[in-house]
Design a protein around this ligand. Structure first.
Ligand code: NAD
Length: 308
């Protein structure tokens, strides 16, 4: 299993490191256009090999067209939000669409059959750009998987239960239109409303939803970037694909209920094939919110394409 990590900045590096620790890969290629960055990072990964006792082949390059023969290509290249500045991920669309297009065109023919996972923001629209310019069969973006982890972490804290007892997903846009899917949410295997009433533990939906959406800004402003939470979330997606676990994860893929090409984050079984989402199991209100998010994502994508 050969994974290529394109973009080895603040989020690409912990992602590659975390994947190495799964011991599910034989080869990792790291690529970054900043001179010297990927080759220096590759040295670090060789030291990780020495520590964890793996013999993973580590390659590095500074040109996207040098990435070849990968089974999975992770794209984490491009601009991130600036710490301390009021901006949304959508503000990155035009600049990052150019980068994702370049990478898509440079890698498609040298990596036949590769599965693409897009991390670059705004991630749903960038998944669409990647799909358009690679024409690869399997293209997803990391969608609202990270929000789903943040959502569960906050619920666990609210109810003072281990996070392993919390189930629930977030769908929609990775950003302002992230939708908490309350109908999927359980604590200790009981729907969250029932758990709250039975245990006389009132909770604020608004507080949980605000944390889920806004905590990334707190992290970016204080640390400079989100790193380990995303890396863990991407590792879960990659493990599900490699081992074909079909674990339900909220990744973004073409959202058939809205159009054949719009990517939107939805819980779906993740594995070697892209499966339909659980859209039909949601409430009518949740379905509407998801469709509204899909429209906003489509608009971001179309506006970015106009400027390419
Ligand atoms: P960063 O600035 O630290 O790193 C980006 C890297 O991309 C740089 O090293 C740059 O040299 C490289 N790059 C630019 N063009 C390239 C190309 N054509 N080929 C290879 N490398 C190229 O930024 P970061 O904090 O690592 O964030 C990267 C992206 O990931 C941003 O768009 C950010 O918003 C996004 N992100 C997404 C999630 C998610 O949940 N999907 C989470 C965190 C960050």
């Amino acid at each position: 299993m050969h994974i290529a990590q394109i973009g080895t900045g603040r989020v690409g590096r912990p992602t590659a490191y975390t994947i190495m620790n799964t011991k599910l890969v034989d080869t990792i290629t790291v690529c970054d256009t900043k001179p010297g960055l990927a080759s220096a990072f590759a040295e670090e990964l060789r030291h990780v090999n020495a520590s964890i006792g793996t013999n993973i082949e580590i390659n590095s390059c500074d040109k996207d067209e040098q990435v070849a023969g990968a089974d999975i290509i992770l794209i984490a290249a491009g601009k991130a939000r600036t710490p301390g500045v009021k901006m949304t991920r959508r503000d990155l669309a035009v600049e990052n669409a150019k980068i994702v297009k370049t990478i898509a065109e440079a890698t498609a023919s040298r990596n036949p059959g590769a599965k693409y996972i897009v991390i670059t923001n705004p991630v749903d629209a960038m998944g669409m750009v990647c799909k358009k310019y690679t024409k690869a069969e399997y293209v997803i973006s990391t969608g609202t998987n990270l929000e789903s982890l943040r959502f569960r972490a906050k619920i666990a804290q609210t109810f003072q239960v281990p996070v392993s007892q919390v189930q629930g997903w977030v769908g929609g846009e990775h950003g302002d239109l992230a939708i908490p899917l309350w109908s999927t949410t359980k604590v200790a295997n009981v729907p969250i409303w029932e758990y709250s009433q039975k245990n006389r533990l009132p909770f604020s939906k608004t507080e949980i939803a605000s944390y889920m959406k806004d905590v990334s800004k707190l992290i970016v402003d204080n640390i400079g970037a989100t790193e380990f939470g995303p890396a863990a979330s991407f590792r879960d997606i990659i493990r599900a694909i490699i081992e074909d676990t079909r674990q339900i994860l909220s990744v973004a893929a073409p959202f058939k209920e809205c159009s054949d090409t719009t990517f939107v984050g939805m819980p779906r079984p993740v594995g070697k094939t892209i499966e339909p989402s659980i859209y039909d199991a949601l409430t009518a209100e949740e379905q509407k919110e998801i469709r509204d998010a899909a429209k906003a994502i489509r608009q971001t994508y179309e506006q970015a394409l106009e400027k390419l």
